[in-house]
Design a protein around this ligand. Structure first.
Ligand code: FES
Length: 160
């Protein structure tokens, strides 16, 4: 829908991405305004990718990693949480609400939880309204698709 918030979800391959798949298999309903970007581990996320998603016009960004203690690369999800907190601080400094960015932890079996966090995030960002950095919907969607491709290539080395 035109005025739905546009959300970029950086998802770990081992948990959130698998949980998103499961949510699809279970035919769980959740907002479809989320662009999922798959990472080998959330520890790969850098602050600049989080901020780039906002620069390209995303209204909200979520990072979804394995449960604490369950990261396949030991502490990747803890590193990601620290980067999310740093990026939230930077958003605050430039006048954007830090609630536009959140980190979640879940397991691959958490299809219902994935649907739930997408819904929570979507409602939270909808309450804040469109990002002041957002251009036209079509322009933003294209910019975010490009970011998704660039980030996926840079982070995973895989072309889509
Ligand atoms: Fe999932 Fe690290 S492997 S967050």
């Amino acid at each position: 829908m035109q005025d739905e918030p546009l959300i970029v979800a950086f998802c770990c391959h081992y948990c959130a991405y698998a949980a998103a798949d499961l949510a699809g298999v279970l035919r769980l309903s959740y907002p479809n305004n989320v662009r999922v970007l798959r990472l080998p581990c959330t520890g790969k996320i850098e602050v600049n990718y989080l901020l780039a998603a906002f620069e390209r016009g995303a209204d909200g960004v979520m990072v979804a990693g394995c449960l604490e203690g369950g990261c396949h690369f030991q502490e990747g999800n803890l590193r990601a949480r620290r980067r999310v907190e740093r990026a939230q601080q930077m958003l605050r400094e430039i006048g954007l609400e830090p609630e536009r960015l959140e980190m979640f932890n879940l397991s691959s079996a958490d299809g219902p939880r994935f649907a739930e966090i997408v819904t929570i995030m979507s409602e939270q960002v909808a309450k804040l309204g469109p990002s002041p950095l957002r251009g036209g919907r079509e322009h933003t969607e294209r910019a975010i698709d490009e970011l998704t491709e660039e980030a996926e290539l840079a982070i995973t080395g895989e072309e889509r």
